[in-house]
Design a protein around this ligand. Structure first.
Ligand SMILES: O=C(O)CCC(=O)C(=O)O
Ligand SMILES: [Fe+2]
Length: 342
């Protein structure tokens, strides 16, 4: 279990005071609200998402999907084809995309930003298996993944209660004050990039989250997920991103999440939607689109090759995952060469 975690400061008292919200965000690097989002809506979303996961075989058959009781033999994560097979079925849910546009979250982010905001088209859910802890999201800043501009607001919210042992999000207080993108290195966990702990100091903050609770921070804030140490429960959470309309957005954030692994496109996502209101909503908004900078992920991959050559087991797992996904890509071929050599 995590040692020395401190309790997130709750900012519900300042919910109607934008200046105070901005002060706290600038000072501590995060804002945390109890039940910012309607818990009943969040729990209804939980039922829908977990029902899809149960159909995909991830939950024990016959159990209540609300309990999220995982079939641990199905463990997989981002980058595995088995992960996207089920995740992308969840991704097609209209209600999942709608949830990023709920007024309570949109209004709060607009209040903090002081300008009209929009959620990124690329919505993100994390579906985390128990006892798969070496794949836990490592320490990082979001900018290396999402880019665009530093004033991007990550809103992390569990879909259902998320006590510490289920592996919620933790932030390193004050870490945003480095005011730059830190060096990131190869990691086996989600996103495959991490900051080394010897470059950091400060205290980690998290909480026993309840449905509706929401944590908000900007792109340079250092954070990580806690490991899911439960016996058999899936952790389900949202981490959607918001930005002021008119600020630059990186091109990959206009695509469905993890579509590089299987070419999922918006038409496929939208196939069974009842309403057209949110389809391609961003095309009516004017954001300069900037190309994705691959230097962070390329550097991590080079490190994985290097570590793989020296027999590092985590790097080898990563390289095998890349080859399994699509053996024809240049990265997979470089990975394969290392795997054959060791
Ligand atoms: O939920 C996770 O495991 C990762 C979430 C994260 O890093 C984020 O919300 O930016
Ligand atoms: Fe993150």
């Amino acid at each position: 279990m995590e040692e020395n975690l401190r309790e997130l400061r709750v900012s519900n008292d300042a919910m109607n005071d934008p200046d105070e919200l901005r002060r706290r965000l600038a000072d501590e690097g995060y804002l945390f609200f109890k039940r910012l989002q309607n818990p009943d809506k969040m729990l209804a979303l939980r039922r829908e998402m977990l029902t899809v996961m149960q159909k995909g075989g991830w939950l024990i058959a016959g159990t209540d999907p609300m309990d999220g009781i995982a079939d641990v033999t199905r463990q997989c994560t981002e980058g595995d084809p088995e992960y996207t097979d089920v995740y992308h079925e969840v991704y097609k849910l209209e209600s999942f995309h709608n949830s990023a546009h709920w007024p309570e979250i949109m209004e709060m982010v607009a209040k903090i930003a002081g300008r009209p905001v929009m959620p990124h088209p690329q919505k993100i859910a994390r579906l985390w298996f128990p006892k798969y802890t070496e794949h836990t999201t490592p320490i990082h800043q979001d900018f290396v993944h999402f880019q665009g501009n530093f004033k991007t607001y990550t809103c992390w919210a569990p879909v259902g209660d998320c006590p510490i042992e289920l592996g919620g999000l933790a932030v390193l207080k004050d870490s945003h004050k480095v005011n730059k993108v830190m060096d990131h290195h190869f990691s086996l966990g989600a996103g495959a990039l991490c900051i080394n702990t010897d470059e950091l100091d400060g205290e980690w903050y998290s909480t026993n989250y309840e449905a509706g609770d929401t944590l908000i921070f900007e792109a340079l804030m250092v954070h990580k997920a806690l490991p899911n140490y439960t016996e058999d429960r899936l952790r389900v959470s949202l981490d959607n991103r918001y930005q002021a309309i008119g600020d630059p957005i990186a091109d990959h954030m206009l695509d469905p999440h993890l579509n590089i692994f299987n070419q999922l496109n918006w038409e496929a996502v939208y196939r069974n939607w009842k309403s057209d209101d949110l389809k391609y909503y961003w095309q009516k908004l004017d954001n300069p689109v900037v190309p994705r900078d691959f230097s962070y992920s390329n550097k991590g991959f080079e490190e994985a090759l290097e570590l793989g050559r020296s027999g590092d087991e985590r790097a080898l797992i990563h390289l095998r995952r890349i080859v399994k996904r699509d053996p024809t890509t240049p990265q997979a071929q470089a990975a394969q060469a290392v795997l054959e050599a060791v």
